[in-house]
Write a protein that binds this ligand. Structure first.
Ligand SMILES: [Zn+2]
Length: 467
């Protein structure tokens, strides 16, 4: 075994009607493994031959429809339709966002989410013209290995390519038609299956793939209750303490039928609102993933009286841990307003696409910096908080503030967000000294504290002097 436990226990005081003081354990993970499992990628994905006709028909029926939308009721019906065994399922009111399913016996072998935008391709040899739709597909082999492909701009080329080996690994790449890799995320499941090593790479200024982040995350992500609103007084901070190894599984209490019904409906609300928000933020792949995950998955809700967390997703990356759609809820703490509850479920759904950088989550201040340093918290604020801002948009989409279009987002979602300008340093993480990991306000401060070792700035500022 290498590495040590990096869990942290943070304590928060929160006011929710009555002032309650609860212990709040951030997402924890367990130790790491010695050997990384081998990772392979290969190209071949067989599309069902009838998919082409399906696309042509969808585009010709939907190309003049501009006011389609997903709704809670629509998501509810889609889930029921998938359960019944339907293989052509509308995901939006006018059915222009749809789920195509192909099965072998009871096993899903291929599924795809299709939606506008639509486009056109011309075959270079036959000059045959074909219509295209934005599409993301999942091709699942008998051993559970998944090939995911995404043509999100409907240009006929799948720029998103992903291979997921259940409980072992995932490689997700953005590629160009010339074969150049623009970005890559590699996930390796560590021994015991409870934590993952994540490496993120992106093209640098010279056009070469360079590592931008490596971190460990946990499969089981627990969400603290009471994320304070931006601008609210931060809760008193206490020194972090090492967490106990994860699991113990939380203590289960029976959910009441009313609670289960409520959770199902909140899940549908989170999906509908979250999917629209992801579309407005320019993250169509996350929208497609979320729609498919919720439409095709029978969620297992469990209730707990464990006071350390409000909700948890025992699922991690959806394609890496495919059989786990277990959401834990603590009904005692899960008492916030409806939008906040939907927000929490959206947070948990995001964990099918992202895990937290465990050290950032453990060290950044939940009340101030975490929602700018962590994508899940940032997107949750952006999509559901009444007072979201442009910095949340930047952090959610993993861009700098000057690279996001606040007005475009507002126009698409019909929700106003506040301004947040340059100078947003967020913080810097010193992670290289085990036991002395530190979160600082600025990179300069962090470099000094880190003993001359390089610090990772989480700045979303466009100003180079603001790191
Ligand atoms: Zn989380």
């Amino acid at each position: 075994m290498k590495g040590s436990l990096t869990g942290r226990l943070g304590f928060l005081a929160l006011a929710a009607g009555l002032l309650a003081v609860i212990a709040c354990e951030r997402d924890s993970n367990s130790g790491s493994s010695h050997d990384s499992p081998p990772i392979t990628t290969d190209g071949g994905v067989e599309e069902p031959p009838e998919l082409d006709g399906y696309v042509q028909e969808l585009v010709s029926r939907c190309e003049s429809i501009t006011d389609d939308e997903t709704t809670e009721a629509g998501i509810h019906e889609a889930r029921a339709a998938y359960k019944r065994g339907d293989t052509d399922i509308p995901l939006s009111v006018k059915g222009c966002t749809r789920l195509f399913v192909k099965k072998s016996g009871d096993r899903e072998t291929f599924s795809a989410v299709l939606s506008p935008p639509f486009g056109i391709t011309v075959d270079q040899e036959t000059f045959e013209v074909k219509r295209t739709a934005a599409i993301m597909s999942w091709s699942t082999a008998a051993d559970g290995k998944k090939e995911v492909r995404g043509d999100l701009d409907a240009d006929g080329f799948a720029e998103l390519r992903e291979t997921a080996v259940p409980n072992v690994s995932m490689i997700s790449e953005r590629v160009t038609p010339s074969g150049q890799i623009k970005a890559r995320t590699t996930v390796k499941v560590l021994e015991g299956g409870l934590s993952v090593d994540v490496t993120e790479e992106a093209e640098d200024d010279d056009g070469r793939l360079a590592t931008t982040a490596t971190y460990q995350g946990a499969r089981v992500a627990r969400k603290c209750t009471g994320d304070p609103e931006p601008g609210q007084t931060p809760p008193p901070s206490t020194p972090p303490r090492p967490a106990s190894p994860f699991p113990p599984s939380p203590h289960e209490v029976a959910c009441t039928p009313e609670q289960l019904m409520k959770l199902e409906s909140l899940l549908e609300r989170a999906t509908s609102g979250g999917a629209s928000c992801m579309a407005a933020a320019g993250m169509p792949d996350i929208r497609f993933r979320m729609l498919r995950q919720v439409a095709t998955t029978s969620f297992d809700f469990k209730c707990t009286d464990d006071k350390t967390f409000v909700a948890a997703n025992d699922g991690g990356y959806g394609d890496v841990f495919p059989a786990r759609a277990l959401l834990w809820i603590n009904p005692l703490l899960f008492t916030a307003a409806d939008w906040e509850q939907a927000s929490t479920l959206y947070h948990e759904l995001m964990h099918f696409s992202f895990v937290h950088d465990h050290q950032v989550e453990a060290l950044a201040d939940l009340s101030t910096n975490l929602a700018y340093a962590d994508r899940v918290y940032a997107c949750e604020q952006l999509c559901f908080a009444p007072k979201a801002n442009r910095c949340h948009l930047a952090a959610c989409t993993k861009k700098k503030i000057c690279d996001v279009d606040k007005y475009e987002f507002e126009r698409k979602l019909g929700k106003e967000i506040e301004s947040c300008w340059s100078g947003h340093q967020v913080g810097a993480l010193c992670r290289k000294k085990p036991g002395e990991r530190k979160w600082c306000t600025t990179k300069a401060e962090c470099d000094a504290a880190c003993g001359g070792q390089e610090c990772e700035s989480k700045s979303i500022s466009c100003n180079d002097s603001c790191r």
